[in-house]
Design a protein around this ligand. Structure first.
Ligand code: AMP
Length: 277
């Protein structure tokens, strides 16, 4: 496994990688969710490249960029264990040299849900991913369904800009109690960790209500809200039931619908979703 920090080294090694190349962009502090992406990339491509880069431009000024967990040595050991071929872990100045000021802005899709709660977030995500795609030149790129809107935004960007690669979705990997794996789960103290399982319970409730024939989005959201509010440390940012492709909010649930939410547990903001079909 080759590990490089500069664009020059990356370009040199990329030329020698047997294709097709599968690419997994990450912010590090890896867990089984990330590894599911790497394994899928490994299964479908001759070579696998992974990036580890905590992207400052996708964090708001009052968000956790400074505190975001980092453990590159552990990450590299995990990636080595999966047979990764190339790891790109650039310093910030390599991606954003002084004076950098060109941005990728995805329209409406990026304004909803996470985009509404985190202004500028998807501009940062789309810009760094476009930059990484241009450097790594993958044939396929792998993204987690956990970040459903991110996946849609990247797909839209790749299609609109004709980036010439395939964007592949990988199902969400969960803990035993249903909590979606996330690097941010490490922020949770034991009491918060216990209450965090309510996100998935609320999503399961939505799926059950839908299966039982409920189609009124407001009714489903109301019951999810009641369930979540029973956890004293939970504070709902949004609960959405939206068209799974356009992310337009639905009054009447019709499949495929994305049921998604952002909930703060204590000071930690968690997101999760399921698709009902
Ligand atoms: P991050 O390091 O949080 O930026 O995530 C890197 C990639 O891993 C993104 O495509 C995420 O959607 C994906 N990912 C994160 N958590 C999970 C999970 N629990 N299951 C599947 N994919 C995940």
């Amino acid at each position: 496994m080759k590990v490089v920090e500069t664009i020059a080294e990356l370009r040199k090694l990329r030329q020698k990688l047997p294709g097709p190349v599968g690419f997994v962009p990450t912010m590090g502090y890896l867990h089984e969710g990330h590894l599911a992406l790497v394994r899928r990339a490994k299964a479908e491509n001759a070579s696998v490249a992974v990036s580890i880069f905590v992207n400052p431009t996708q964090f708001g000024p009052s968000e956790d960029f400074g505190q975001y967990p980092r453990d590159p040595q552990r990450d590299l050991a995990m990636l080595e264990g999966e047979g990764t071929d190339l790891v790109f872990m650039p310093p910030v100045e390599e991606i954003y040299p002084p004076g950098f000021n060109s941005w990728v802005e995805v329209g409406e899709l990026a304004q909803r849900l996470e985009g509404a709660s985190r202004p500028g977030h998807f501009r940062g995500v789309a810009t760094v991913v476009a930059r990484l795609f241009e450097l790594v030149k993958p044939d396929r790129a792998y993204f987690g369904q956990k970040d459903a809107q991110q996946l849609l935004v990247i797909r839209k960007m790749a299609a609109d800009l004709a980036l010439g690669l395939e964007v592949i979705a990988v199902p969400t990997v969960r803990e035993a109690d249903g909590l979606a794996m996330s690097s941010r789960n490490t922020y949770l103290n034991p009491e918060e960790r216990g209450q965090a399982a309510v996100l998935y319970r609320a999503l399961t409730l939505a799926q059950r209500l839908y299966n039982e024939g409920e189609r009124n989005a407001e009714t489903i959201r109301g019951k999810m809200t009641d369930l979540i509010q029973r956890q004293p440390l939970a504070d709902i940012d949004y609960i959405s039931i939206a068209d799974a492709e356009t992310l337009e909010e639905l009054e009447v649930v019709r499949p495929p619908a994305l049921v998604s939410m952002a909930v703060k547990i204590g000071r930690t903001r968690l997101i999760d979703n399921v698709v009902v079909e």
